[in-house]
Ligand binder design. Structure first.
Ligand SMILES: Cc1cc2nc3c(=O)[nH]c(=O)nc-3n(C[C@H](O)[C@H](O)[C@H](O)COP(=O)(O)O)c2cc1C
Length: 307
């Protein structure tokens, strides 16, 4: 007997044919991956982070590895919103028919609002993912996402500027993720996505200097999965809006675990940098894992680990 397992997912009003989305910054604007496999097999594509002005990014080296993970300090290299809207987004929409999510990053509240309004004006965008891990230049560079009030202020500004669903992407570099999650929900976020990378560094023994050109970088990959699960769990307990879970997912089993913790869909980043086909391999393996659990649909798993 063939088991038909429904792996469609939804994040509020955004419907995905499967719960696997690319994680921002690890998939460019999708065109490179499309040379390797049919990206239409993905549930959603989250674009590289876009800022108002083009950015060259941080000094080299920008990436290094560690056991079961990597550190990056790319520094938001991107072509800026004008070119993203004019060239990159239409090129992606030409080859990808599913939901496209714009990831935006501002250095002031006004920049977040401007980016939200610009992407909101495009029919090609299904939702906005607001990266609050950007430095707040008017507050000495402390990131918006590490302070509940600042994260709430960004959410409110984006909410006012846009009609499309607003997903706020939370930083794991905080003491109390529940407080920040609640602040974003109160200001009108439609969903939360978490986690972004954990702050880390490595030091080179020969030069006795930090390895990364930026000194500090963001840790991602399998080593962060337990942290991500814990934070998705805590956010799920704190808010009613849907959660998109990410951080260290590298198998369909990890997707199920993240979903049981409270995610309605997931994003996969570093695993796709290690093995480009990882995202579609995970999507292909998911029905078998769900059927093996005696279920016929992905939706029944969402938050099911909570009592
Ligand atoms: C090279 C690299 C670049 C990234 N760039 C962005 C970005 O531009 N915007 C963003 O919100 N997150 C960015 N991230 C964070 C990822 O989207 C994701 O939240 C994080 O890597 C955890 O997932 P993973 O362990 O599956 O990679 C980046 C991560 C990596 C590894």
């Amino acid at each position: 007997m063939v088991n038909i397992v429904d792996i469609s997912a939804r994040v509020g009003s955004v419907r995905l044919k499967n719960p696997i989305m690319s994680a921002s910054g690890t998939f460019g604007f999708g065109v490179e991956a499309a040379r390797l496999y049919d990206i239409n097999r993905l549930g959603g594509v989250v674009m590289k982070g876009v800022t108002v002005q083009p950015r060259r990014g941080n000094p080299l080296p920008r990436v290094t590895d560690c056991p079961s993970g990597m550190l990056n300090a790319v520094g938001l290299e991107n072509p800026g919103v004008d070119r993203a809207l004019k060239d990159e987004l239409p090129a992606l929409a030409d080859i990808y028919g599913g939901p496209i999510i714009a990831n935006i990053c501002g250095f002031t509240i006004d920049e977040y609002a401007e980016l939200a309004a610009r992407f909101d004006g495009s029919d090609l965008i299904s939702a906005l993912e607001v990266n609050v891990s950007c430095p707040n230049v008017s507050h000495g560079g402390m990131t918006f996402g590490t302070d509940a009030k600042a994260a709430g202020d960004v959410t409110r500004a984006v909410r006012r500027a846009a009609k499309k669903p607003v997903w706020v992407k939370l930083s794991p570099n905080v003491t109390d993720v529940a407080e920040i999650a609640r602040a974003c929900e109160a200001e009108g976020a439609d969903a939360l996505t978490l986690i972004n990378t954990l702050l880390g560094m490595r030091i080179d023994l020969r030069s006795r200097r930090p390895v990364l050109g930026n000194t500090l970088g963001g840790l991602s990959g399998p080593c962060v999965l337990p942290v991500a699960l814990r934070m998705v769990w805590q956010a799920y307990e704190a808010v009613k809006i849907p959660i998109v879970g990410m951080g260290g997912i590298s198998s369909a089993r990890d997707v199920v675990e993240m979903t049981l913790a409270g995610a309605s869909a997931v994003q996969v980043g570093t695993a796709g940098l290690v093995e480009p086909s990882a995202l579609v391999d995970i999507a292909d393996a998911l029905p078998g894992i769900i059927a093996g659990m005696g279920l016929n649909g992905y939706g029944a798993l969402v938050g099911a680990a909570h009592g």
